[in-house]
Structure formats: C-alpha cells, structure tokens
Design a protein around this ligand. Structure first.
Ligand code: NAD
Length: 467
C-alpha cells in the first residue's frame, strides 16, 4: 500500500476510496492511489483560484519558487525514481534521468527572459504586446513519462503566473503524488494541486467551470474528447497527442550506423514515446543490411524488471497496451509479415514483449498505419524516395519524423518535406527545454517548451498609451 496523498491547498488530502496501482514487471498490484471525489476536485480548483490572486503578481517570487522546486526535485530523486520504476516499468537509471529532466525544465523556465515586445513608440503612441496569465490550468498527463511531461506543463504555466490542478494517468499516479508532496511548502499553498483518479476525473476537470486552460498530453482519441468538452466555455487547449513517426533512410546511409541509432530511438522507453520512430522506410538496396543490424541489436538487448541492475528495456506499462501491441503484431504476422526478431509476448506475469522487428509489411497494415506505442518496429522497403515521402506523410498523424543519409543537405531537403512538428536529420527524439515541441494534423494543437510553450499559458494583450 502507498501512503501517498493528494495535494490540495498545500496540504495532504486523504480520500476514503482508492484504486490499485500495478507494477507492470510483476503484473500485480503493489500499491493503491487515492481516488479523488468531486468535492475534492472542487476544493483543488478553489484553492488554485485563491492562490492565483497573489501568485500572478510577483514574477521574481515565481522565479525563486521554481528554482527552489527544481532543487527539491533533484534532492529527492533517490525517493521518486524507484516509485516511477515500480509503477511505470522503466529502468531505474532512466527514472532518475526523468526526475532530473523535470528539474531542468523548472530551471529553464525560472530563468527564461521573455523579451518585451514594443510594437509602436512614436509621437502618437507607445504600444506594447504583453502576455497575461490565464488563471487556473487543468493539466492531464499520460503514463509514459509522467514526470517530465508534467514538468513541461507546470514550469511554463507557473512561470507565466497561472496556478494548476494536475492529474496523472491512473496507471502511473504515484510518482506525481510524490512530487506534489515534495513541493508542498516549496511552492505557495494552492499553486500546484495534485489529484488522482480514473479517466472520469480527467473528464470532470475538462468540464469544470474554474480552469481557463486545459493542457493535455495523451492519445488522439482522448484529445478529441478534451477539445469537445473545452468548447462550450471556450477554454484554451493545448493538445499533445499521439504520433506515428516515420524514419526515411536514404540510399547513401551507412546501414550499420543508422540501424543502431534508429533502433535506439524506436525502442527508447520500450517504444512508449509519442515521438519514437514507429515505422522505417528503407531503400531496397539497404533493406537486408539494415534489418540484419537491427535484429542483432534486438536479440542482444536485455529486457527485464526496471528495478534490476542491467535492464535495458522494461515491460509495457499496462495490460491494455500490452494486449494492443500483441494484437498489432499478431495482425501483421497473420497478414504475411515476418518477425525477423521477436514477435511474441514473453512468458511470465509481467507485461513483457520481445523486442520485435517486422519485415514484409507495408502501408495498409495496422502496425504501419496506427500508433503501436510499444517494442515492435515495422521496416518497409521502398524504391523511390518521393514515394516513401508520400507514404510517410499519408497519415492523420504529424508529430515528428526523420531522414537519414550520408549527404546531409540532401537528407535535409527530404526532411523539409515531412509534414510534422519536428523533422530531424540523422537523429530522432532530440528534445530540449528551449525547443518547441508539438504536432501537426491530429498529433496536436499548440506546442510545449521554449518561450512558445510559455505563451500557450498566456493570453496576448496590447497595452496602448496615447502620447
Ligand atoms: P490517454 O489519452 O488514454 O490518457 C491520457 C490522460 O488522459 C490520462 O491521464 C487519462 O486518465 C486522461 N483521460 C482519459 N479520458 C479522459 C477524458 N475523457 N477527459 C480527460 N482526460 C481523460 O493516453 P495514454 O494511453 O495515457 O498515453 C498514451 C498516448 O499519449 C499515446 O498516444 C502517446 O503518443 C501520447 N503522448 C503524446 C505526447 C506528446 O507530447 N505529443 C507525449 C506522450 C504521450
């Protein structure tokens, strides 16, 4: 049992009801998380509203509080990371990196200077564009990176002068609850409230009358529901949704080199990254060499409990996702694909799946067309780059993508034609606090990170003085 509590108004908010939290490496419940009532959700929004009155007034106090929060998170990494590994499944080293990453986002925003934008200063007027906070933000996060993705919301929202009620995924509530506890007393009461519950709690947050902004990261399907429930009272929304990132290998690439890098950026976090490589287009001439190198890597990588030393890939986070990955792989194999590596769930109680490389598969197969979000990667051979590009773009998704080749300028030209939020050349998944991140098409609305991420938590205002 976990004794972690929700944080409302800077205090522990115990609940009568709770729900099980499963350790995906064991396939069994190891803790329980508080189940927030409607009254407690009202109290959380009320405390955020109250805290907003002072919090929005003093920018330097906000900077100091965010820096103190970063220190507190780093100081508590040793306590937070094992909780994250137990509920999420990722190796402990990666859980530690996630905690430090979250702290780095707090530091980045604490130090971000947003330049004043004077648009007119002449004989008739002085006019300036300013960014005002929106008020209370409802923030909802998924289970793949509960802490880093929360920090992408908390740090810019709070820096801009907003306050927040944050809800993590019911699959990974505990590390976020722990962060809420650690930041009690570091941030003023009510500035950051953390509540936990099922999906219905998220729905209640998006229809609640208090928040003026919903910052949501999750699936396309839920993102559309969030957009609909934000519409009646015109809440602002940022939606960071799913991806089906293509990697296009060009014929002048070094197969062994790209295979190693593409493997790393497809199987990071066991494939459970919104902007992981999810389909690879390879020219016929390089196909066999790339596949061979990837298979070698897939067979060598150590899959296991993230809490155990030496584990490189943990389990899939939850049963529905494990079933989904199993189903998509089985569907591809039934349709004539070959599992060059893996292809099956691993025996045992945990949600482990063999790192899987699929060949003989193409567009029109579910695992190519849909977001698999797990350790299975289709390799698709192509003859003509323009055709590969067209297939890469022929999707509702548009999060990111990459092009790989020896001639960097040529690769960059191809990458410039990818229809997505970020295109990379000879790398993938390079994200940083200063770099805006968001999706084209159904992969999202708005961006996170950099000053643009902060602007998403503000309303633009013109302040005009006649002279
Ligand atoms: P999900 O949409 O099922 O859930 C995300 C969050 O929304 C959870 O906290 C959940 O409880 C909540 N929720 C569920 N129904 C809701 C509703 N009706 N109203 C409001 N909230 C609701 O997604 P998931 O399975 O947790 O996460 C995986 C998805 O997230 C993948 O598609 C992945 O690509 C995407 N993702 C995107 C990004 C990005 O930055 N673009 C980052 C990470 C993950």
């Amino acid at each position: 049992m976990s004794d972690l509590t929700m944080t409302i108004g800077g205090e522990a908010a115990p609940t009568e009801a709770s729900f099980d939290v499963i350790n995906p490496a064991k396939g069994a419940a190891f803790a329980a998380a508080p189940d927030c009532t409607s009254e407690q959700l009202d109290a959380a929004f009320e405390s955020a509203s109250k805290a907003y009155r002072d919090w929005k007034l003093d920018e330097s106090a906000r900077r100091a509080a965010l820096l103190a929060a970063a220190d507190a998170l780093m100081g508590a990494a040793g306590e937070i990371a094992p909780i994250l590994t137990a509920e999420q499944g990722k190796p402990l080293g990666e859980a530690n990196i996630e905690v430090f990453g979250a702290a780095i986002w707090f530091q980045y925003y604490a130090n971000l200077e947003v330049p004043r934008e004077v648009i007119q200063d002449d004989d008739t007027a002085f006019a300036e564009v300013v960014r005002r906070p929106l008020g209370v933000v409802a923030a909802i996060t998924p289970w793949n990176f509960p802490l880093i993705l929360a920090s992408w919301k908390i740090a810019p929202a709070l820096m801009a002068g907003n306050t927040m009620v944050l809800k993590p995924s019911p699959f990974t509530p505990l590390a976020t609850l722990k962060v809420g506890e650690i930041l009690r007393g570091v941030l003023p009461d009510g500035v950051l409230n953390v509540v936990t519950g099922g999906d219905s709690l998220g729905a209640k947050m998006t229809t609640h009358p208090v928040p003026r902004k919903i910052s949501f990261t999750g699936s396309v399907e839920t993102g559309k529901k969030v957009a609909m429930s934000a519409a009646p009272d015109l809440k602002r929304v940022t939606l960071e949704l799913g991806g089906n990132d293509p990697a296009i290998v060009l014929d002048d690439a070094d197969p062994a080199d790209v295979a190693e890098k593409i493997f790393a950026q497809a199987f990071a976090n066991n494939g459970q990254v919104c902007s992981a490589i999810k389909r690879v287009y390879v020219p016929e001439s390089l196909h066999d060499d790339v596949v061979e190198a990837m298979v070698e890597r897939a067979k060598a990588i150590k899959v296991g409990d993230g809490a155990e030393e030496g584990t490189e890939l943990g389990p899939i986070n939850n049963r529905p996702q494990y079933d989904r990955v199993s189903e998509l792989v089985a569907d591809a194999l039934k349709g004539g694909a070959t599992a060059a590596a893996g292809g099956n769930p691993l025996p045992g109680d945990g949600y482990f799946f063999e790192p899987t490389i699929l060949t003989g598969v193409s567009d029109g197969t579910r695992i190519v067309d849909e977001e698999q979000f797990g350790p299975a990667l289709p390799i698709i051979s192509y003859r003509d780059v323009d055709d590969a590009l067209e297939r890469a773009n022929a999707t509702h998704f548009g999060l990111s993508g990459s092009v790989w080749g020896g001639d960097v300028d040529r690769a960059a030209e191809v990458a410039s034609r990818l229809e997505c939020g970020t295109s990379w050349v000879n790398t993938h998944l390079q994200l940083a606090p200063h770099q805006p991140f968001g999706g084209a098409k159904w992969s999202g609305i708005g961006v996170e990170n950099g000053p643009w991420g902060l602007y998403g938590f503000t309303e633009l205002k013109v302040e005009y003085r006649a002279k």
